[in-house]
Design a protein around this ligand. Sequence first.
Ligand SMILES: Nc1ncnc2c1ncn2[C@@H]1O[C@H](COP(=O)(O)OP(=O)(O)OP(=O)(O)O)[C@@H](O)[C@H]1O
Ligand SMILES: [Mg+2]
Length: 309
Amino acid sequence: MDTVLRVEDLHKSYPSRWGRPPRVALRGLELEVPRGGVVGLLGPNGAGKTTTLKAVMGLVRPDRGRISLFGSQGSDPRARSRVGFLPEQPYFELYLTPRKILRYYGRLSGMSEESIKARSAHLLNLVGLGEVGDLTMEKFSKGMLQRVGLAQALLAEPELLILDEPSTGLDPLGKIEVRDLLNDLRRSGVTVLLSSHQLSEIEEICDRVAVISEGRNVASGALDELLRSRDEFLVRLAAPPPAGREPDLPPPAAWADDRTGVVVPREALGTVLRRLLDAGLEVEGVGPRRMSLEEFFLERVGRSGGDGK
Ligand SMILES: Nc1ncnc2c1ncn2[C@@H]1O[C@H](COP(=O)(O)OP(=O)(O)OP(=O)(O)O)[C@@H](O)[C@H]1O
Ligand SMILES: [Mg+2]
């Protein structure tokens, strides 16, 4: 597997302030981002998502651990110049216009004036700010500022795009636009690492996920594999059983909501199949049950995860 970013055994404590004990943010965090994938860093408030992403960008100095970017040390400026970053709270001088902001960042990354001009025009349209590119940002909404942040992150055509809560402040339409944008980027070969605590966003966009809680990994891997239950099967029927012809199921086997399937623990599979067939029902298929990400998250992280911030 061609790995774009690898984070190993990352530890970080924030020093104590005003006599409070130090805050341990990361306790051995691991992360692997393969080329071309969209990886979600998922965790409750305070889990350590922002700290991890800032450490990768060199904005936070870890106490311990290794970060490698494109096979080089994470601190290598050449490796970092191939990364675009959208911080959790993008900060811009609001008296500037989006186009000026992009010009400023373009110069910082050594782009030519022509390419800054062409790329800015393209990106402002792409993020839906084509009409307001020359207005100062004072009256911009949170969602508009987030879009400026996205355009800035994409400016230097990064190979790896790191987004800290990209949908924050966006309305439902804006969220859909971000999802479509990330899918387009994926198709063009850009690798994406995004943090989120929105399960639906991760489930829709990401093909891999690292679930973290209290600075540690709780589960990591391909979403399809993580969500495939090892202990439960779904028996699919060609049609729901006619009323009065439903066979008794040994608990905890249970009918799926639409009654065209039965969720069965591994040990009861034989019994349930026999009862369904004996009742004259047509079994269409049997496979591992796929959990929802919400179910998986609650099972692994629980309702009490995070610091409730
Ligand atoms: N600058 C800081 N000084 C002290 N403690 C901090 C600082 N930044 C983060 N922390 C603490 O470190 C832990 C991890 O915070 P972090 O911001 O990385 O979490 P997060 O997963 O991004 O949370 P959220 O979903 O709220 O954005 C939290 O307990 C937080 O209070
Ligand atoms: Mg955060």
